[in-house]
Design a protein around this ligand. Structure first.
Ligand code: FE2
Ligand code: FE2
Length: 202
């Protein structure tokens, strides 16, 4: 595509307003169409971003991508469902952009597609994972106790005990990312509940 053609295409496909208050139904029909197409690409963008963790060791015995694959593989082999396994795969995807609050990044990404409990596990796994190392860094090993009355406490404790803290073995035969791709696409195909779900209806 030539530059002129590209510019012409872009101008033709853009809304006319300079402030949102000038927007029209036609503008928003155009934007909604673009949004539907863009939303369909979410699994690809998430998988691409997950690959940024490849080779990123940060001193750990395995890189962050291998840790993610291993966490997901352990959950899958333990009989967990697809929403759970996808959460396990993505639980540390926020390490790149949320270096001080990574669990919240992953939790926000998966929130429209998973149960409240699976979202909660993802959002709060940092404090539960800390049970295995906070005390070595002068922090409170029992930080997770702040959630002891929460109905999801045990589920989050199990996630960390069985899968997350256990997923640093360089000799474990983790499934490759391709194994999980269809699951990511199925889970992220459509939001369970979202103010934007209606906009996806054609
Ligand atoms: Fe984490
Ligand atoms: Fe982790």
């Amino acid at each position: 595509m030539g530059i002129q053609e590209n510019i012409g295409h872009s101008v033709a496909e853009r809304a006319k307003f300079r402030e949102m208050k000038e927007g029209t139904k036609e503008d928003w029909a155009l934007i909604a169409g673009e949004y539907r197409a863009f939303a369909k690409g979410l699994p690809d963008r998430v998988l691409d971003h997950l690959k940024l963790l490849d080779g990123d060791f940060g001193g750990f015995p395995v890189c962050r991508l291998e840790h993610s694959l291993q966490t997901a593989t352990r959950a899958h082999r333990d009989g967990r469902g697809e929403q759970y396994v996808v959460m396990a795969l993505l639980h540390d995807i926020g390490d790149t952009l949320g270096s001080y609050n990574h669990p919240e990044v992953a939790a926000s990404i998966i929130k429209p597609f998973v149960t409240e409990e699976i979202h909660w596990i993802c959002q709060n796994h940092g404090a539960f994972q800390g049970y295995y190392y906070f005390h070595f860094l002068g922090m409170d090993q029992n930080a997770r106790d702040q959630f002891k009355d929460n109905p999801h406490y045990e589920a989050c404790r199990q996630f960390c005990e069985k899968y997350d803290q256990a997923a640093f073995d360089p000799d474990y035969d983790s499934e490759p990312l391709e194994f999980f791709e269809p699951m990511v696409r199925r889970v992220m195909e459509r939001p369970l509940v979202s103010a934007y779900a209606k906009a996806l209806d054609e």
